[in-house]
Design a protein around this ligand. Structure first.
Ligand code: HEC
Length: 146
């Protein structure tokens, strides 16, 4: 079965938690991949809260650590030789390269949270969202990065 809905709405995930009642409206059991994505979104929001001073550095560090670990698991969640069968809009090349990009950007984010200012953490977070999450969530649709 092809699962296209999420990737066809590339930017929506950034505001998803705010506007989608995740429990009430879901009619299919979320995949492991989908559940992991929701957790990553929470992590991203936690780091953003830190940037805006509504979460602690320690909370942001835990979230950044989780993002680093998830990047390492991506190849298992999205096996390059199978993704095109599972997702209509994901290519083997995306599945191959995304974990490498994600590993680099999440590690940079963790360093920025650990040793930088909140502003630097915010810049690293923006890069992660645009070039990391955006690697899958935007590129195929030819949308320009903001
Ligand atoms: C390897 C490509 C790839 C990368 C990188 C990626 N995603 Fe996803 N994302 C997907 C796919 C494929 C789905 C659909 C998963 C499913 O439901 O099976 C998805 C689904 C989602 C969903 C919806 C989950 C649900 O079912 O409710 C959210 C939210 C999300 N991603 C956020 C993110 C965030 C935040 C990042 C960056 C930290 C990110 N994604 C990085 C491919 C990717």
């Amino acid at each position: 079965m092809f699962r296209t809905a999420v990737l066809l709405a590339p930017l929506v995930f950034l505001g998803l938690a705010a506007c989608t009642p995740q429990t009430a409206t879901r009619t299919v059991t979320p995949t492991e991949q989908g559940v992991s994505m929701q957790q990553k979104l929470v992590d991203v929001q936690t780091v953003r809260n830190y940037v805006y001073s509504t979460a602690t550095r320690q909370e942001a560090l835990t979230a950044a650590d989780d993002l680093v670990g998830w990047s390492e698991r991506m190849k298992v969640l999205f096996p390059p030789d199978q993704v095109s069968k599972l997702y209509a809009d994901m290519t083997p090349a995306m599945a191959q390269d995304a974990p490498v990009v994600m590993a680099r950007l999440t590690t940079a984010l963790r360093t920025a949270v650990q040793t930088g200012t909140p502003r630097q953490a915010g810049e690293a977070l923006t890069r992660l969202e645009q070039d990391g999450c955006g690697y899958c969530h935007r590129r195929p649709y030819g949308m320009k990065a903001p």
